[in-house]
Design a protein around this ligand. Sequence first.
Ligand SMILES: [Zn+2]
Length: 325
Amino acid sequence: MSKVKYYYDSETLSYKKIEKKKGRKIKIFALSILGMFLSGFILLIIYLNLPSVQTPKELSLQRELHNMQLQFELLNRKMEQAQAVLSEIEERDNNLYRIYFEANPIPEEQRKAGFGGINRYKDLEGFDNSKLITNSSRNLDILTKQIVIQSRSLDEIVKLAEEKEKLLEAIPAIQPVKNKDLTRMASGYGYRTDPFTKARKFHYGMDFTAPRGTPIYATGNGRIARADNTASGYGNHIVIDHGYGYESLYAHLYKYNVKVGQKVQRGDIIGFVGSTGRSQAPHCHYEVFKDGERINPINFYYGSLTAEEFADILRKSQEENQSLD
Ligand SMILES: [Zn+2]
């Protein structure tokens, strides 16, 4: 019960009850509501700023998450290192191996071809760690692609190297008659006096003078294409098809040591020096063909000669003398 208050009215000369005004009541009411709100708000601020109290479970989860983040960062760093090593291999691949085997370098864009278009990492988005995980996934994807391309490139190079090896084994690269068996280098490639007509004529091969029966060697790997005496002038002669456009011819043989169709390797004895056909004395007339054209055989002896021997044979072959044909 609230106290009833009175006041003295000087006009009526009587005490009158003090009536509380309605507006004042509303004001008090509003103020108290505001007060409640304010105190609630202050409590909320205090609550939000208090160090949150965590359960042991939450604490252990947080530690685990932190550890995982750390490991992710370490993995990212390791991937960057792997990428650096791979980049060096790629550079060597492009600038050395592929150049050496006459293959085009693989452009950087192709090696690290992007994963544009669709977002492959959409599932990884929307988390606090999204960026870290997306980066890791992208790095690993690029690394994988680089490795696949590099591996394919090396496969290609192995193939090219094997081909090159075969080519090098096939090309005529040694003398058909050994130096120790030579009585002299009779005549080289170029204009020489024909032994029969005494006219100046182009001599398309090299003559290796040696006693009858001296072994003649295959100058490169290949297949015997001819072993007969039906070509004019050559007498008993052998042609080896080396592939890659190369052929070698050995003429004026005394005897054959091979048959047509037989496969031979460089250094195999294919026949013996003689003087059959258009020949003045026992010798081996030797020719080398590339794509059907006769070329100077002297350019092919690098396989068996020292620098001095090559200089000697070059000098002898260039002497303009009479060939033995
Ligand atoms: Zn000759």
